[in-house]
Design a protein around this ligand. Structure first.
Ligand SMILES: Nc1ncnc2c1ncn2[C@@H]1O[C@H](COP(=O)(O)OP(=O)(O)OP(=O)(O)O)[C@@H](O)[C@H]1O
Ligand SMILES: [Mg+2]
Length: 269
């Protein structure tokens, strides 16, 4: 049987899987407002935030919740080639297969001619990777109001500027995702562990320990995942040689958290 530390470690693998989604108060408020926005006649919705704030997770959850009722498509990996982009959309939305080229003008014609019962919703993750040229076409497609785009973007200063340029003149809604607060971080860690039936390790995260983690990760979900993955790795190492170090499982030694932080580069040794 796997040890509780092995199971706990795997909880913090950096993966985006809808079954791992955790409901956090602040996020669910944002989530509700996004769901409302989708119903409005907005052309585009922009979801932005620093790396590791849960944008991909959020988008995946949205997709999973809406996919039964809506005409909705999720592209987690950007389709960088313009032709491929239109071809993929034509195939997915209108069920039209193109073996040859499909350029923007041709695709635009399809969009205008083919009527869909419901406006298709296109979710584009990692939109900072799309070229300026393709983003412009996406905007033009949005203008037809025949397709609705929801895009996510990393927020760095430069990209913030791009976002402003891109959307200045559009009817759009922006939603920002941020790091967890101290108390949200505790809920995040404990819920994640409890979801995987790791109740004992969930109980190890006292407010004091979480405060320490918060100081190191600023509540960033990805950094927290990395830190805790490494922390449980350290536990596994000690467990395998437990005659050396008689540790208890009710309290996490600060030293362990610090060691994990050094390993993950959150503090410099
Ligand atoms: N609500 C949540 N429930 C469960 N896990 C979450 C949640 N939000 C974030 N995570 C975890 O945090 C990690 C980072 O989140 P995510 O990949 O969605 O960030 P991101 O904002 O898309 O980052 P990037 O800008 O680098 O693409 C995920 O792998 C996931 O494990
Ligand atoms: Mg992402």
């Amino acid at each position: 049987m796997d040890s509780i530390f092995v199971n706990s470690k795997n909880v913090f693998l950096d993966t985006v899987n809808v079954k791992d989604y955790i409901q956090l108060d602040r996020v669910s408020t944002i989530y509700q407002s996004l769901k409302d926005s989708i119903k409005k006649p907005l052309k585009m919705i922009l979801l932005y935030g620093k790396p590791g704030t849960g944008k991909s997770m959020f988008l995946t959850k949205l997709y999973s919740d809406l996919s039964e009722e809506n005409n909705i498509y999720l592209y987690q990996t950007p389709i960088l080639d313009e032709n491929e982009f239109y071809k993929t959309l034509a195939q997915d939305i209108f069920n039209i297969k193109y073996n040859d080229e499909l350029n923007f003008t041709q695709f635009m014609k399809i969009v205008k001619d083919k009527k869909t019962k419901q406006t298709p919703i296109i979710l584009l993750d990692e939109a900072q990777l799309y070229s300026e040229a393709l983003m412009e076409k996406i905007r033009l497609l949005s203008d037809t109001r025949s397709i609705k785009f929801i895009i996510t973007l990393h927020k760095t200063e430069k990209e913030d500027l791009i976002a402003k340029e891109h959307f200045k003149t559009r009817i759009w809604e922006t939603i920002e995702l941020v790091n967890a607060s101290n108390s949200e971080l505790k809920i995040y860690i404990q819920k994640k562990l409890m979801k995987a039936n790791c109740f004992d390790t969930a109980n190890m995260f006292s407010t004091k320990t979480v405060n320490k983690i918060y100081k190191l990760t600023k509540g960033n979900y990805r950094d927290t995942n990395k830190l805790l993955y490494t922390l449980f790795d350290i536990y596994i190492t000690y467990e395998q040689s437990s005659h050396i170090y008689p540790f208890n499982t009710t309290h996490i030694p600060n030293k362990f958290v610090e060691m994990a932080a050094i390993h993950t580069g959150l503090i410099n040794a």
